[in-house]
Every structure is written in structure tokens, then in C-alpha cells.
Design a protein around this ligand. Structure first.
Ligand SMILES: Nc1ncnc2c1ncn2[C@@H]1O[C@H](COP(=O)(O)OP(=O)(O)O)[C@@H](O)[C@H]1O
Ligand SMILES: [Mg+2]
Length: 351
């Protein structure tokens, strides 16, 4: 009896450990190069992503920041390989994961990267969980399918994982259904599912938007902890710089499907190098004005079927000159490690 139990436990432990994976010596997990994504619709072609490049290393947290509609989720979906194609088309670009281009990879091989290699947490935990199955069962299914654990080993792993994401009384609650958990607890369950197979890259797409401020901070702290513990590359997508400021190493600011500024978090916070970033910084909700946002940026993001000539931000920019309406500024290095796509970046950063 005890013999059998030992064997089972050992087998469970072995299978639950991720297969050793190849990570390049420089720790470069993701290398997105000149990515373009279009949506071909009856009304025309929406140019959602227009030449996005960035890198993500092991143990690094990259925040992607931008208003609604700037292309954050489409970028994440392109990396995950979950865009509906059509209507989506990727006319150009590379997404290298540990050196291999996911876009030209055999679809079946690529499918196997989802979960164990690259994993994602979505904004809306309730609609991502299946309402008719207990949460523990849903987590256990991942171990059964991907690690071939038997029922009871898989359930034990599910409990262990629920404990890891700090769900109180996990062993009793594995049998509860999604609607029996609070929004914050459901998001913890989503996180548990996303990290179950020990991915190298975790993408969290506005993981706390539906939650109140206190719970947001707790979820962010948990993500940071897990990221450090597992040395994941973490991409945190947000429209709210305040939420990610303590957690992110680097920030990429997105506007109309392009990166307009990239920098380490502290220098960007101290002095943005793009008027759009400055506007976003000025619109961070303040604790003393609960629920209020300063409308720092007037106007609306452009229609992606008719992106303005020159700098896409020019119609909303207080600093716009003729050159901004004519020539599109490239992302260029302003000072070491800081990139901006503004003709007047040097003036903005010094202001
Ligand atoms: N399925 C789709 N069909 C057509 N257009 C889409 C589709 N999904 C996204 N888009 C376009 O891509 C733009 C960027 O969307 P998204 O990446 O979701 O923005 P966000 O930065 O808010 O996550 C949207 O404004 C929309 O115009
Ligand atoms: Mg989105």
C-alpha cells in the first residue's frame, strides 16, 4: 500500500515538473520583429498593428500600455496564435520564441506551445472559466491532458496550485463552481490555470481591470511573486500605468498599432519622452479623487482604417507642427535605453 503510494507520488511529482526546455543563453524568450496585423472586413482594412518590435527576456516584466483600441490585445493574440484568420491577416513580421518563428511554424507544433511555453490570462475570468465544471476539475484537466496524470494526482496538483495562488481552504473549494468565487478569486483561478504547465512566457491582458483597487494590487503582487519564483518572462497589458508601475521593468507605450515610446519604468515615469505618454501619465487616477480621471488627452484614437498621415497622434497633440502632419517619426533612441517616436522627443523629455 505505502509502496504504491510512494510510486504514485513520485510519478506525479516527476510529471508535474516541466520538461526541460531550451532557452537561449542570453535569456531571449520572445523577439517580435516588425509585426503587422490587419483586419479585412466588409468596411475595409483596419490596420491594427503597424510594425511593432520588442523583446522579452527570462525574468523580465514588460508592460504594454495604451488606450483602448491601440492594439494591445491584438499583439497578445498574435503572439499566442489565437487570432481569427480571417478576418485577421499578418502580412509582415516575425514572432520568434526561443529563436523559432511562431508564424512559420507547423500549426500543430505551434498549438503545443500554448500552455507549456506561452500562456495567457484574460481580462474577464468569468467568461473564460467553464460555468458547468468545478474549478478544481478545470485545473486538473490541464494536468490530465498535458502531463498525463491520473485523476487523483491531477486533483492533488490542482489543490497545490490553488494554494499557491492563495485561495483559502483550497482543498475544500476545489469542488466549487466558478460563480461561487469572488471576482478576485476567479482571477486567481485563471492565473493558476495559466501557470499550471509552467510556461516560459506569461501574457496577462488587463488581468485586473474588472476588479477593485485593493484586489488589483493583490493580484499584481501575486503575479510579480510567481514571475520571480518561476523566472517567467511576463507581459502585462494595461491601459492604466498606475497598476503596473511597481511591477514592470520596462514599458512599451502603444498608439494606433505602433510603439511610440519604450523605456525602463522609472525614467519613463520621471520624464516621458512622448506627448502621448505624458498625457497617459497625467490621466492616472489619483487616490484623493476616487474614481476620477483627469482628461489629459483630448480627442479620440484614430480610426484604424484611416490612420492620419505623419504622426498618428498629431491631431491630439498640443505640440504638433507641420512636420508632424507630414512625416511619420520612427522610434529612435533618445538617450541610452530610451526610445521615442516623436520629432520633438528631446524637448518633451526635458520639459
Ligand atoms: N475581430 C476584429 N475585427 C475587426 N477589427 C478588429 C478585430 N479585433 C480587433 N480589431 C481592431 O483592432 C483594434 C485594436 O484592438 P485591440 O488590440 O483589442 O485594442 P486594445 O489595445 O484595447 O486591446 C481595434 O480598435 C479594432 O479596430
Ligand atoms: Mg484589449
Amino acid at each position: 500500500m505505502s509502496e504504491t503510494m510512494t510510486t504514485t507520488t513520485t510519478r506525479a511529482a516527476k510529471k508535474a515538473v516541466p520538461e526541460s526546455r531550451y532557452v537561449p543563453e542570453d535569456g531571449l524568450l520572445l523577439d517580435v520583429e516588425d509585426l503587422h496585423v490587419e483586419f479585412h472586413t466588409a468596411d475595409g482594412i483596419a490596420k491594427a498593428i503597424n510594425g511593432v518590435s520588442f523583446q522579452l527576456r527570462q525574468g523580465e516584466t514588460l508592460a504594454i500600455l495604451g488606450e483602448s483600441g491601440s492594439g494591445k490585445s491584438v499583439t497578445a493574440q498574435a503572439i499566442m496564435g489565437i487570432l481569427d484568420m480571417p478576418p485577421a491577416v499578418i502580412p509582415e513580421g516575425k514572432i520568434r520564441y526561443c529563436g523559432q518563428d511562431l508564424l512559420t511554424m507547423d500549426p500543430e507544433v505551434r498549438r503545443k506551445t500554448r500552455g507549456p511555453e506561452i500562456s495567457m490570462i484574460f481580462q474577464d475570468a468569468l467568461s473564460s472559466l467553464n460555468p458547468v465544471f468545478p474549478v478544481g476539475w478545470q485545473i486538473a484537466e490541464m494536468f490530465r491532458q498535458h502531463r498525463e496524470l491520473n485523476k487523483s494526482d491531477a486533483m492533488n496538483e490542482a489543490v497545490r496550485l490553488m494554494e499557491r495562488v492563495q485561495i483559502p481552504a483550497a482543498r475544500e473549494r476545489v469542488k466549487a463552481y466558478p460563480h461561487q468565487f469572488s471576482g478576485g478569486m476567479r482571477q486567481r483561478i485563471m492565473i493558476a490555470m495559466a501557470i499550471a504547465l509552467d510556461p516560459a512566457v506569461l501574457i496577462a491582458d488587463e488581468p485586473t481591470t474588472a476588479l477593485d483597487v485593493t484586489v488589483q494590487a493583490q493580484i499584481m503582487a501575486l503575479l510579480e511573486e510567481l514571475q520571480e519564483e518561476r523566472k517567467m518572462g511576463l507581459i502585462l497589458i494595461t491601459h492604466d500605468l498606475g497598476v503596473v508601475a511597481d511591477v514592470a521593468d520596462r514599458i512599451a507605450v502603444m498608439y494606433a498599432g505602433r510603439l511610440v515610446e519604450t523605456a525602463d519604468i522609472l525614467p519613463l515615469y520621471a520624464s516621458p519622452a512622448h506627448p502621448y505618454t505624458r498625457g497617459l501619465l497625467e490621466s492616472i487616477p489619483r487616490l484623493d479623487q476616487k474614481g476620477q480621471t483627469l482628461a489629459a488627452i483630448g480627442g479620440l484614437p484614430p480610426n484604424l482604417m484611416r490612420i492620419p498621415q505623419g504622426c498618428a497622434f498629431n491631431p491630439r497633440c498640443r505640440m504638433a507642427q507641420d512636420i508632424c502632419r507630414q512625416d511619420r517619426p520612427e522610434l529612435r533612441e533618445i538617450v541610452s535605453g530610451r526610445f521615442s517616436a516623436c520629432h520633438f522627443a528631446e524637448e518633451v523629455i526635458d520639459a
